[in-house]
Design a protein around this ligand. Structure first.
Ligand code: BGC
Length: 384
């Protein structure tokens, strides 16, 4: 058994070569792997206006996550398979240029409001607010220049849990049409038990809708391996929010049992996909989770048979958008020159329900002054 409370010593090395700015590490006496935990900061290029973008490499010696300050994007996530061979299991690009050239939120922090707001407008405390309409008739993922497209401030936040980076951002009053100065932090930790943990926090000085998530596209066999249709998914729920043709919930919550949406038992993602009424075909549905906002609860388990990799998702959130990369069409070329085609990655975006601002019967997404928004989601890796 791994000794979790092992005595730790903190090392800081300064390297001047190859763009490496600093290394902070936590070395732990670990009876199993003698792992070295480290948080390394590097350059990742510059924004068109000259703002530098940093890359943080977080590693516990087995799992390594790379996070950039542009969009808080998880650019790489290296995870061992059943033979111990490590592979990057998320879609993304080799350089900043790829991320700046337009992409469907690969690995990014999404906010202020993940998912859709009908008609790009809402009324809060008697006041009407207008948002950018950027997805058919609706507003999607916080607008035009949302949290996925800003450069976050970052600091090494490594601690007993493992190597970590804390990203912070101040979204000003009126940002993308949303009210209030919103102060947000997102901390990524590669934990001692092989998880990528994401802790979100926010406060505001005016009431605002808030719904944060991470938009990583996973392929547990590696993005170059093809589609994710053979991955087996089990969801900790049989319920989903019924939506209209533009993916706005009608308000009805329905059982998925016996339908192509049923993942109450471990089922290959592609098995019942053709029974869906969707164009392009694929999953893009919000499932209702047991999350109560307090401690993270199991939401989903994904198993990839060829590598044996297992990813469990735990979250405090009441919902998860399961999306199977339906709009990927081979026109984006990702890491290592691999074109990303339909269904080459899947997302499990833990969040509140879409369009909650128009559904008082859904768990509330309104953050008020004096309260703190918190969200924790854990993507935990193992093999079978
Ligand atoms: C949405 C999809 C969308 C994707 C990329 C998902 O959260 O539900 O409809 O295509 O994000 O923007």
């Amino acid at each position: 058994m791994r000794k979790r409370n092992a005595a730790m010593s903190f090392i800081v090395l300064l390297l001047s070569s190859a763009g490496v700015i600093s290394i902070g590490g936590v070395e732990a006496a670990d009876s199993v792997s003698k792992s070295t935990r480290s948080c390394t900061k590097m350059d990742f290029g510059k924004m068109p206006d000259g703002t530098p973008v940093e890359l943080y490499v977080l590693s516990n010696g087995r799992v390594t996550a790379k996070v950039i300050t542009y969009g808080g994007i998880v650019t790489e996530l290296h995870v061992p398979d059943k033979k111990g061979k490590t592979e990057d299991v998320v879609l993304g690009f080799d350089s900043l240029k790829g991320y700046l050239s337009g992409n469907p939120y690969f690995g990014a922090i999404v906010g202020r409001f993940a998912n859709r707001i009908a008609g790009g407008k809402f009324t809060l405390d008697g006041k009407d607010y207008k948002l950018a309409v950027n997805n058919g008739p609706n507003s999607l993922h916080g607008g035009i220049k949302a949290f996925d497209k800003v450069v976050w401030k970052a600091e090494d936040a490594s601690g007993a849990d493992g190597p970590a980076v804390k990203l912070t951002h101040l979204s000003p009053d009126g940002d993308e049409g949303y009210p209030g100065n919103l102060s947000v932090s997102v901390t990524y930790t590669v934990t001692n038990d092989d998880a990528l943990k994401i802790d979100y926090k926010a406060t505001t000085d005016k009431a605002t809708p808030l719904n944060l998530t991470n938009h990583s596209y996973f392929n547990l066999a590696g993005p170059a391996s093809g589609t994710v249709l053979d991955h087996e998914l089990k969801l900790a729920t049989d319920k989903y929010t019924v939506a209209d043709d533009t993916l706005i919930p009608t308000g009805e919550i329905k059982s998925a049992r016996g339908t192509p949406l049923d993942f109450t038992t471990s089922t290959p993602i592609g098995k019942h996909m053709n029974g869906l009424k969707a164009d392009p075909i694929g999953y893009d549905h919000n499932y209702v989770l047991p999350g109560d906002g307090k401690s993270p609860k199991l939401a989903a388990t994904v198993y990839e048979p060829s590598s044996g990799r297992v990813m469990e998702v735990f979250t405090t959130e009441p919902g998860v958008q399961f999306y199977t990369g339906n709009f990927l069409d081979g026109t984006l070329t990702g890491k290592g020159g691999v074109p990303y085609r339909k269904h080459q990655g899947f997302c499990l975006e833990t969040q509140h329900y879409p369009d909650s601002v128009h559904h008082p019967e859904f768990p509330s997404t309104i953050l008020r002054p004096g309260s703190t928004y918190t969200q924790t989601t854990i993507y935990k890796f193992s093999t079978r």
